[in-house]
Design a protein around this ligand. Structure first.
Ligand code: MF3
Ligand code: CO
Ligand code: CO
Length: 275
């Protein structure tokens, strides 16, 4: 079976393990969904303050998503009942919004996925609450650099492993741990599709990158060791050694001569500090 499948815009797309190659018409839908995701992340920046609950931030995400004419793709996804994921400090990903308040010195990831006119825009950024220690700010900076170094590899003729290799090289040069249990993913009409985008890999391995591929890159990088464990709520993933973890995520497309980032911040709020 062919690993790749060229899909037309109006086609019913199945989660059949094939890597979808989208035609140029599909890019506009992804641009709109991606822009809304980025706008929501921009608007969150001033709201993330010590004392605010993560439930209040989730309410804000839901409202902004609906105001943008979209639905939060996470709401009702495999039983998940919230509009975003908020992962604080040693939480690696899929932190569940709650009445817990953000504390001075916390670092947190907010991950949003508006579903707009049938297309998914999936993106996350880190936020700093109050005075954050230098060690934590460095982790956040290097994790952002990891994402962008991965994206630099994203062009036709390269392989998926080249992306993971660039991320791994940078994270490990800083002696950080790269999470293996969660990956980036193909997306488009579907939220989570092939291929799996691993964040630690050997160069020159994995599927070849071809124009029309849509996928996320979303490295999770730990101050300590890579292993994670899942809490009994079935969602929250934390570092086993309780070390801090950071993550950034973009949704991108492979183009004829490189890549297009769908979830770039219109306000230039790519990484903290956002003031
Ligand atoms: N947005 C997450 C991702 O980057 C997925 C969250 S699924 C949820 O793939 F159900 F946990 F919300
Ligand atoms: Co994602
Ligand atoms: Co996401």
């Amino acid at each position: 079976m062919n690993q790749y499948q060229t899909v037309t815009d109006d086609e019913t797309v199945l989660r059949d393990g094939t890597i979808k190659l989208h035609r140029p018409e599909a890019f506009e839908g992804m641009r709109r969904a991606g822009r809304l995701a980025a706008e929501i992340l921009d608007e969150l920046a001033p709201l993330v303050q010590p004392g605010v609950t993560t439930a209040a931030l989730d309410d804000a995400v839901r409202q902004m998503t609906l105001d943008g004419g979209a639905l939060p793709a996470t709401l009702g996804y495999r039983g998940y009942a919230h509009s975003c994921c908020i992962s604080i400090n040693h939480v690696v990903c899929h932190g569940i919004p709650s009445e817990k308040t953000i504390k001075d010195g916390d670092i947190l990831n907010i991950d949003v996925t508006p579903l707009l006119d049938g297309w998914h825009g999936d993106s996350s950024r880190m936020y700093l609450a109050g005075d954050v220690p230098l060690k934590a700010r460095r982790l956040v900076d290097v994790t952002y650099e990891c994402l962008m170094l991965g994206i630099e590899q994203a062009r036709p003729g390269k392989r998926l492993g080249d992306i993971g290799a660039a991320i791994q090289r940078h994270a490990e040069a800083h002696r950080y741990g790269i999470v293996r249990e969660f990956c980036g993913h193909g997306l488009g009409r579907l939220f989570h599709d092939a291929p799996e985008v691993i964040h630690a890999a050997r160069p020159g391995t994995g599927p070849e990158l071809k124009p029309g591929m849509f996928f996320t890159i979303e490295p999770m990088i730990n101050l300590g060791k890579p292993p994670v464990k899942l809490l009994s709520d079935g969602w929250t993933a934390v570092t086993r050694d309780k070390s801090l973890s950071a993550q950034f995520e973009h949704s991108i497309a492979i183009t004829e001569d490189g890549c297009e980032i769908f979830t770039l911040s219109p306000k230039g709020l790519h990484k903290p500090p956002y003031e």
